[in-house]
Design a binder for this molecule. Structure first.
Ligand code: AGP
Length: 614
């Protein structure tokens, strides 16, 4: 999952590329590089370990104000083949070819031996091998970019978004993709290629998704799309960018993560309102689902996702299986791909993905479709691969989520899966209209609860201060609270680097409680009244071993005050909707722990926002 950008037009290319890479940096940020043509059509490659801010001074040194540039391409890397080094940073040059790549080439070693590249390579990357192969084909095809790119795609196996420049074709940038995401746009400012919309927002309101069966060329006159096989010109389908430039900025917050935590009330409202009628019932007409037969002719539901998206789906599955009364199974996408999950034409497979580009989730979707499942995706990014591939797509309306740690995407995913499952229960006559009306009202009522929570963060800061000094932490809960704990633990570990485990409270005594030592922070989530007594006795067990107990509990649940060192009380709320305030509290805990540790909250080490490699 890397960030890539290409530009050709009237603006200063180095600024467009560096600004674009900065906005794409959340996709990968261990090294970066650009290659640009100067006004004398000379190429310059500048690359560096670290973030884009470290590249800027190098570019400005190579490109004094006296030297202008109007086309080039850039890359910000999340290392796959080859470690983090400037040699492995992109772009890679081979002969007349300059190449940038997002993805993984599976047959790179066969190509390396087939084209006898052993003594030529400067890097450890699969990308450089492809650059050499393309240069060979370019010469073979008498320096015809389209024919050589077409032949290249017939030789390589894997996933890719390539941006390609040829030394003797200054000003033109070519692109071709398979699975890895790529969008393009043209405006009065010039023509663009990018991994996703965030790099395009400052320049245009319309874009096109680069289709897998096309080659794109951008040059100072605009964009040309060619059919990959016939090399004939084709039309590009225009789409509108619904995000505005401010939504991709920090809006006065110190970090995107905190901004996005605060955007949740609005994001939830924007996501549920278009699907709830004035009389409180639910419909998905605007999502193109008018015939509810897709929900009646099924006998099983499978939810497939990764990370936070999977946690969101698991909340919905746990709550609604007993209401819809058919099995609702949840799967880790990277596991689902290689299992026989007994899919048939009566299976509804729901793929949940904020980015809509997670390759394991996309591959799971394709597998489910091949096995005749009906498929629905819940996606936040318009026009993304998963959105385009599924039978129906339900978009969340959270706006761009830039912080690597997913926050608002999680709560809007839960809200939307809640609406979907409530609707399925209704069309299958498992619940009546009064249930649906009460359910949608409860959903709306969570919004002011979150707004109040966001105004009172001092106790959470106190909790975070304690946890920030620890090496280990635990989240425990029962029933839905256990599922909420899974997400809380993921948030905490991925931004604070503190090893955090989520555990079913009733399971602790079967081994893991051995890890509880004096002062070990244990965050105990207690919002499910029907299991609260049992759960609180589990809290007693960890307290008896001198854990530092942080209790998150709903107002009105009786408990022995002496069992918690710090208690965060959630205002009275229906158990089924406590996921939302618990999410905000656990997100804030993670944020403030990382803040206390002075870490890079929006771009945690080793991570990237969209996992488009397997
Ligand atoms: C969440 O905080 C993580 N960044 C990660 O688990 C993420 O949820 C996962 O990679 C799935 O991404 P997606 O929703 O874009 O498919």
């Amino acid at each position: 999952m890397c960030g890539i950008i290409g530009y050709s037009g009237i603006l200063d290319a180095k600024d467009v590329l560096l600004d674009g890479l900065t906005s794409l940096e959340y996709r990968g940020y261990d090294s970066c590089g650009i290659c640009i043509f100067d006004e004398n059509n000379k190429f310059h490659i500048i690359k560096n370990i670290g973030k884009v801010e470290s590249l800027r001074p190098l570019v400005n040194k190579e490109f004094p104000p006296t030297l202008s540039s109007h086309s080039g391409m850039g890359h910000t890397r999340w290392a796959t083949h080859g470690g983090v080094s400037s040699e492995n940073a992109h772009p890679h040059k081979a002969g007349k070819v300059f190449l940038i790549h997002n993805g993984i080439i599976e047959n790179y070693s066969e190509l390396k031996s087939q084209y006898k590249l052993d003594n030529k390579l400067q890097s450890e990357t699969d990308t450089e091998i492809v650059a050499y192969v393309l240069d060979y084909l370019y010469n073979k095809q008498n320096f015809d970019p389209l024919k050589s790119i077409r032949e290249l795609t017939q030789l390589i196996v894997g996933t890719y978004s390539f941006l390609i420049c040829f030394e003797d074709k200054p000003g033109s940038i070519y692109a071709v993709r398979k699975v890895s995401p790529l969008v393009c746009a043209t405006s009065l400012s010039g023509s663009f290629l990018a991994s996703d919309l965030t790099a395009l927002i400052p320049y245009t309101k319309t874009f096109s998704v680069v289709d897998e069966n096309t080659i794109i060329e951008i040059n100072p006159t605009g964009i040309i799309s060619y059919d990959l096989n016939t090399l004939q010109k084709t039309e590009l389908k225009q789409e509108t960018i619904t995000w505005d430039i401010d939504s991709a900025k920090k809006g006065g917050f110190e970090h995107f993560m905190m901004k996005e935590i605060h955007e949740q009330p609005t994001a939830i409202d924007n996501t549920i309102r278009p699907r709830i009628t004035n009389d409180g019932l639910i419909n998905f007409f605007d999502d193109g689902i008018e015939d509810n037969s897709i929900f009646k002719n099924i006998n099983k539901i499978q939810i497939v996702a990764c990370g936070t998206a999977l946690h969101a789906g698991t909340v919905g599955a746990r709550l609604f299986q007993s209401k819809i009364l058919i099995p609702i199974e949840t799967y880790i996408a990277s596991e689902y791909r290689y299992q026989n999950t007994l899919v048939d034409d009566k299976t509804l497979v729901i793929i949940i993905s904020q980015s809509g580009e997670t390759v394991d989730s996309l591959s799971s979707l394709k597998k489910a479709k091949a096995e005749n499942a009906k498929t629905i995706s819940i996606v936040n990014v318009k026009g993304s691969s998963i959105a385009r591939e599924s039978d129906c797509v339900l978009y969340t309306h959270a706006g761009p989520e830039i912080a690597v740690a997913s926050t608002k995407a999680y709560t809007v995913q839960v809200a939307l899966i809640y609406l979907l499952f409530c609707h399925i229960a209704f069309v299958r006559d498992r619940v009546d209209e009064s249930f649906v009306k009460k359910f949608t009202k409860n959903l709306y009522d969570t919004i002011p609860i979150l707004q109040n929570l966001l105004q009172n963060k001092n106790q959470i800061k106190q909790v975070a201060k304690y946890i920030s000094k620890s090496n280990d932490a635990f989240y425990i809960g029962r029933s839905l609270d256990y599922v909420f704990s899974l997400e809380g633990a993921l948030k905490l570990k991925e931004v604070s680097y503190i090893h955090t485990e989520a555990y079913a409270a009733g399971e602790l005594k079967h081994g893991t409680i051995a890890l509880i030592e004096d002062g070990t922070p244990v965050i105990c989530v207690c919002t499910q009244k029907d299991v609260s007594k049992k759960f609180l006795s589990n809290v007693e067990e960890v307290k008896a071993r001198n854990a530092f107990v942080i209790l998150i509990i709903t107002e009105g649940i009786e408990y022995n005050k002496s069992i918690s060192d710090i208690c965060i009380t959630i205002p009275k709320i229906n158990d089924d909707f406590s996921v939302f305030p618990v999410a905000v509290i656990t997100q804030l805990i993670a944020y403030y722990v990382a803040y206390a540790k002075k870490l890079d909250i929006d771009k945690p080490r080793n991570l990237a926002k969209s996992v488009t490699v397997e």
